[in-house]
Design a protein around this ligand. Structure first.
Ligand code: HSE
Length: 390
């Protein structure tokens, strides 16, 4: 099987390396030898061991009948979309690690793959090396999924862990995350929750079989989480995590990305540093927890390579047909019952009229079961920051 890798960044290089280094193992699993015939990138890589595979022209790949699969590791939704769509349309299967592409164009790309009886696979787009896409569409077929909740962004989990362990401010840990190469120079997608939003949208679409549009998911990042919030949460015995969740209820799907206080009883409580974890609850299966490296070159590339083998084993047959085009209307999380952490200026602590914990200039308490809207209305005189409990 001859394949082409579109985009020779970190992940693309990881894929080429694994396909080469695990050649014998992959051949045994796939039933045929898998070989990278082209690597597409605008840049040159003088001296790179795979330099001879490089092309700057996608048409070399699209017009080569020997290439039956493309791997998209470019990122973004511009050229990545154009090239993947073009490849599928000429009958080549595609594998992608790109959550932005899958969240935005997944419905369309899956439909083309279905029609052509080929495959569009994207295990690496959520949770890096963690198997979660295939478990959702295949292994959990014998259960109805009630809830998905997870920590799906390594950068922000690293930052929140560091704020917690070292009592540092948001701005300080962001600098450290950038120095270590976790956070991009422009960290917006991670810290504003956009990355998590796309990931929970993909998982939710698979779970409910319809299109959950990431643009409809209320999303709050971690930029307003203070070190006092984290200390106060600790006083209540909890940690703060950036959570993406979907509740599949009788009233509809409630989906949200936001920082949440997590109690020690939750398996997500102790998930720290760059690790990701996704909990899936099913009515028959009970709670399942998927944990591991959610980002990074070789972990992510390993999931891409597994998809390549899955496609090789299933030539002529679409393994995952995807979700229906029908878009789901989401139910607002503001009407969902929960308990809330209410943080406000410590000078108003007496006015709150209830027992509060104080840290520096901030005070906080935790409500009983209520809704966000009711909580906001009840405590509006405190001008509080309100964070839900998971
Ligand atoms: N920026 C992402 C993260 C990369 O930090 O988890 C993996 O999608």
């Amino acid at each position: 099987m001859k394949i082409a890798v579109l985009g020779y960044g970190n992940i693309g290089n990881g894929v080429v390396r694994i396909v080469d280094e695990l050649s014998a193992e992959l051949k045994a699993r796939a039933g045929e030898k898998i070989e990278v015939k082209y690597v597409l990138d605008l840049r040159d890589f003088p001296g790179d061991p795979y330099e001879s595979l490089l092309t700057h022209d996608v048409n070399d790949i699209l017009n080569d009948p020997e290439v039956t699969l493309v791997v998209e590791t470019m990122g973004g939704t511009g050229a990545a979309y154009k090239f993947v769509k073009a490849a599928l349309e000429v009958g080549k299967s595609a594998v992608s690690s790109n959550k932005a592409l899958v969240a935005k164009y997944g419905s369309e790309l899956l439909a083309i793959a279905r029609e052509k009886k080929i495959n569009f696979q994207f295990e690496a787009s959520v949770g890096g090396a963690i198997p979660i896409i295939r478990p959702l569409y295949a292994c959990m077929t014998g259960t109805r999924i009630n809830k998905i909740a997870g920590i799906m962004n390594g950068t922000t989990n690293y930052m929140l862990t560091k704020m917690d362990k070292e009592g540092l401010d948001y701005a300080e840990v962001l600098k450290e995350a950038q120095r270590l190469g976790y956070a991009e120079a422009d960290p917006t997608a991670d810290v504003e929750g956009f990355d998590t939003c796309r990931k929970i949208a993909i998982l939710s679409s698979i779970a409910c079989g319809k299109f959950v549009d990431f643009e409809d998911i209320p999303t709050t990042g971690i930029t307003n989480v203070t070190k006092e919030d984290i200390s106060l949460a600790k006083e209540f015995g909890m940690s703060i995590k950036l959570i993406g969740y979907s509740d599949f209820t009788d009233e509809g799907i409630v989906s949200e990305v936001a920082p949440k206080l997590v109690a020690p009883e939750s398996p997500l409580y102790a998930v720290s540093d760059v690790f990701n974890a996704i909990m899936v609850s099913g009515d028959m299966s009970g709670d399942l927890m998927f944990y591991g490296s959610g980002a990074g070159k070789l972990p992510t590339a390993s999931a891409v390579v597994a998809d390549i083998v899955e496609c090789a084993k299933n030539a002529g047959r679409t393994v995952y047909e995807g979700w229906a085009d029908e878009k789901v209307s989401l139910v607002s999380p503001k009407s969902r019952e929960s308990r809330f952490f209410v943080r406000f200026d410590a000078s108003l602590a007496a006015k709150a009229g209830i027992d509060v914990k104080i840290c520096g200039g901030s005070a906080a308490f935790i409500t009983g079961p209520t809704t966000y809207d009711a909580c906001e209305a009840k405590y509006k005189d405190l001008s509080p920051v309100i964070i839900g409990l998971l």
